[in-house]
Design a protein around this ligand. Structure first.
Ligand SMILES: CC(C)(COP(=O)(O)OP(=O)(O)OC[C@H]1O[C@@H](n2cnc3c(N)ncnc32)[C@H](O)[C@@H]1OP(=O)(O)O)[C@@H](O)C(=O)NCCC(=O)NCCS
Length: 321
């Protein structure tokens, strides 16, 4: 992993702002989720813009030029358009004209899914330099009249450059999982082939995400715990050796519950959910970048990523920095 970067839009939406939009309170949001504020993209700022900005920072740190990139994978549930892929739009924005490009949809688990796919291409020596991006403009699919969901999500992007370098460290292992029988816990009904956009679908608010909060919570804790333990088992690494544990930043209570179940010390857990809310596929990518840029992880340190999202999907990854 030769470099990471992230980007969040300038506008901040605080809990106090939300108090003026729906029937909620800073106290409720803080105690139930740990979230204090989230970043919201401008009207003319799209997922591809957020992703390209994060990518430029990762490329600069990895000292990679656009021409060097062989493949771009973008994990997102909020593409600029259903097609073409946001990866193609980012390829154009970066001038990475040699790169193949595609999007990957694994909701909040997308960044780990994308890292693992990138790693496979690197290990088979098909590609030398892969750009992995998690980018979301969730504000575009949040129902700003639904207090159950609108307080939880934010916009942002994170990126990583993976390269084939001798004696380099990076992704030691990645675990991916899914359970389609629980697809109804978190979904957006409108806009796909099942329910194309019509005046009725818009009036019925089907083009917004919907969630069963309590069930999502329980499943998130269990799935991240199982994935993390499997990843550590595969690498034969005890949790005590991990310098920094980066869980999907959806809810502080979920982070604390998973941390406790996997036997993590509080000082191992990385938390930035108070600043960004849940940014789905961008979440652990932004957190990884922050952990690196703030010196929380140093060369040689072990990092554990854990994710959970719609699908259901989940995953965990161990990285030697
Ligand atoms: C959504 C979540 C914060 C709700 O917390 P909770 O402790 O489960 O809350 P409850 O379901 O007990 O809701 C309690 C009450 O708060 C109300 N409520 C919901 N959102 C509210 C808000 N923003 N402000 C004030 N009250 C709110 C509910 O209507 C409910 O009222 P009722 O009891 O009168 O019906 C929590 O379930 C959660 O975080 N789930 C996981 C969500 C998630 O991370 N999903 C993404 C995974 S990738």
């Amino acid at each position: 992993m030769a470099g990471v970067g992230s980007y969040v839009p300038a506008k901040i939406l605080t809990n106090a702002d939300l108090e003026r939009m729906v029937s909620t309170s800073d106290e409720w949001i803080t105690t139930r989720t740990g979230i204090k504020e989230r970043h919201i993209a401008a009207k003319d700022e799209f997922t591809s813009d957020l992703g390209a900005a994060a990518a430029r920072r990762a490329m600069q740190r990895a000292r990679v030029t656009p021409e060097q990139i062989d493949l771009i994978i973008v994990a997102t549930i909020t593409p600029d358009m259903p097609f073409p892929s946001t990866a193609c739009l980012i390829q154009q924005k970066l001038g990475a004209h040699r790169a193949a490009a595609f999007d990957l949809e694994a909701a909040c688990s997308g960044f780990i899914y994308a890292l693992e796919i990138a790693q496979q291409f690197i290990m088979t020596r098909t590609y030398d330099t892969v750009l992995v991006i998690g980018a979301e403009k969730l504000s575009s699919i949040v129902d700003w009249k639904d207090r159950n969901t609108c307080v939880l999500f934010g916009d942002g992007a994170g990126a990583a450059i993976l390269q084939n370098r001798p004696h380099a460290h990076g992704l030691l292992t990645a675990v991916m999982g899914a359970d389609g029988s629980k697809a109804d816990l978190l979904f957006m009904a409108g806009g796909g082939s099942r329910c194309p956009a019509t005046a009725e679908s818009v009036a019925s608010r089907l083009h917004y995400l919907r969630m069963e909060g309590k069930e999502a919570f329980k499943n998130a804790v269990q799935a991240m715990k199982t994935a993390a333990q499997e990843a550590l088992r595969r690498c034969e690494i005890d949790i005590s050796r991990i310098k920094c544990i980066i869980p999907h930043q959806a809810n502080l209570r979920i982070i604390d519950a998973v941390g406790e179940r996997i036997g993590a010390r509080p000082d191992q857990l990385f938390v930035n959910v108070h600043k960004y809310g849940n940014t789905s596929a961008a979440s652990v990518a932004i957190a990884l970048d922050e952990a690196v840029q703030t010196g929380r992880v140093q060369h040689g340190d072990l990092i554990l990523l854990m994710v959970f999202g719609a699908g259901l999907t989940w995953g965990a990854a161990v990285i030697e920095w």
